[in-house]
Ligand binder design. Structure first.
Ligand SMILES: Nc1nc2c(ncn2[C@@H]2O[C@H](COP(=O)(O)OP(=O)(O)OP(=O)(O)O)[C@@H](O)[C@H]2O)c(=O)[nH]1
Ligand SMILES: [Mg+2]
Length: 362
């Protein structure tokens, strides 16, 4: 009896400890009433504007939405086909499909090829309605699949050179790539090879800050080949993994400007016969069939090894991806879906076709 108050005290003590432990556990849990907030990557269109600190992975669904949003018009046309394809595969229907593919920037050669294999498949397999639609989707996917190839950096300092026409998105893509390589644990240096435009170096330095990567630059008007050559010497001496070289925009049919670009490659080879290890042709996806001529002439001048399709979040129709994949056989390394540092995604053929066909992922 006399230790009853003591026992009550002990029980109360245990109760208190259990209650505190329970509260502590609850405090560790996320509050169920507050939904998780997805971070939007900050847009940065001005050179001096700092967007995000380093590469932040964009939510998978978010870039798909951007791509899908950008390809809205084309998707509308493709969805219209779905309704048309409910009937027989007549000559009129063939013409309708041809119109949709041509107006989506696929180009005549690819369009004809797709129509011919679709016609053959319909005949051989006796396809009808939805099956024809599915076959068209499969054919388009097949065209893009071989272009889904990524570049793997080798040993030693690897030079990645950005080339393309004016305003295609070279510098922006370079900045995004710097962040990507850095996030993958590689050391990165940027060479300001666009010595033509006065604001180019400033723009590049701003990207260097965003990606937290050093930029090697000389004065405007300096020789582009020697800027990149010196930057490579310095990067090799420091054991840098990736040297990203920007170049000035130029029209593919201006021979003297293309010769200048060939000179950059020639000079780099004196230091490393394998350099540049990757030459990325940046294509504004809205340029339509001109992209083919760009791909052809830049490849002749500097041996393009991969493509980047930019501005797919805008009004681009996207069909140019099929045209360059089919006719140039070049890999499409990345797609640009915005101006922010994280708005660059490895090219995914299935996701690209899905963005054109799927109504509900916009
Ligand atoms: N919406 C959108 N805008 C982009 C994308 N990529 C680049 N841009 C914008 O396109 C414009 C031109 O981009 P730059 O990177 O300066 O193009 P550039 O090829 O370096 O241009 P030059 O050096 O003048 O030849 C800028 O306003 C970029 O923000 C993209 O994927 N989506
Ligand atoms: Mg530029």
């Amino acid at each position: 009896m006399e230790f009853a108050p003591y026992a009550v005290g002990v029980l109360m003590g245990i109760g208190l400890v259990v209650w505190i432990a329970k509260r502590a556990r609850q405090a560790d849990q996320p509050t169920p009433s507050v939904p998780a907030v997805k971070r939007e990557p900050a847009a940065a269109s001005e050179p001096g504007q700092v967007a995000t600190k380093a590469a932040e992975p964009v939510e998978d669904s978010q870039w798909r939405q951007r791509l899908s949003g950008g390809l809205t018009r084309t998707r509308g046309a493709f969805a219209g086909l779905g309704q048309l394809l409910q009937g027989e595969f007549t000559d009129e229907l063939e013409e309708e499909i041809e119109d949709v593919l041509l107006s989506s920037d696929l180009g005549m050669a690819v369009t004809q090829k797709v129509i011919a294999s679709l016609r053959a498949a319909v005949k051989d397999k006796g396809l009808k309605g939805d099956q024809i639609h599915a076959e068209l989707r499969a054919q388009l996917s097949q065209i893009l699949q071989p272009s889904q190839r990524q570049w793997t950096p080798g040993q030693g300092t690897q030079v990645v050179m950005m080339v393309g026409v004016n305003g295609a998105g070279k510098t922006t893509t370079l900045g995004k790539l710097a962040a990507k390589h850095k996030a993958a644990g590689r050391s990165v240096t940027i060479a300001a090879g666009d010595t033509f435009r006065a604001a180019a170096v400033e723009q590049l330095k701003a990207w260097g800050e965003r990606a937290e990567v050093p930029v090697i630059a000389q004065d405007t008007g300096a020789d582009s080949a020697s800027v990149i050559f010196d930057a490579l010497a310095s990067a090799r001496a420091k054991g840098v993994d990736i040297l990203l070289a920007d170049t000035a925009g130029r029209l593919q049919n201006k021979d003297h400007l293309m010769d200048e670009l060939s000179k950059v490659v020639r000079v780099l080879k004196k230091q490393d016969p394998e350099a540049p290890h990757e030459v990325l042709l940046v294509l504004d996806a809205g340029t339509g069939q001109n992209a083919l001529s760009q791909a052809e002439l830049f490849t002749q001048a500097v041996g393009v090894t991969g493509l980047v399709l930019t501005k797919l979040d805008g009004t681009a129709k996207g069909g140019v991806a099929f045209a360059v994949a089919e006719q140039m056989g070049l890999p499409i390394r990345y797609v640009g879906v915005g101006e922010g540092i994280a708005d660059l995604q490895p090219f995914d053929a299935e996701a690209f076709v899905a963005a054109l066909f799927e109504q509900d992922n916009a």
